[in-house]
Design a protein. Structure first.
Length: 83
């Protein structure tokens, strides 16, 4: 995903060396069965910049096309297609 997101966003907007976060999502149970990763898209530091699952969190909808483009780049790379 780091390589795919870097192709879409540029190296200056992707942090492949971010420190691990000890979240408590149920996603970890799925990862016990299926290979995967929890990807953080970064909501920014402005309004709505709060941890998810709190009343202060407000997802930045402008990130949706960025997330979709990154996932499409990952799928294309995994399918060995030119992006």
């Amino acid at each position: 995903m780091i390589a795919a997101a870097t192709r879409v966003l540029g190296a200056d907007r992707v942090d492949g060396l971010a420190s691990p976060v000890g979240g408590s999502e149920d996603f970890s149970f799925m990862l016990e069965t299926v290979l995967g990763a929890y990807v953080m898209i970064g909501n920014g530091d402005g309004p709505g910049a709060a941890f998810v699952h709190t009343p202060h969190s407000d997802f930045n909808d402008a990130l949706i096309p960025i997330g979709i483009s990154s996932w499409l780049a990952l799928v294309a790379a995994e399918l060995n297609r030119a992006w």
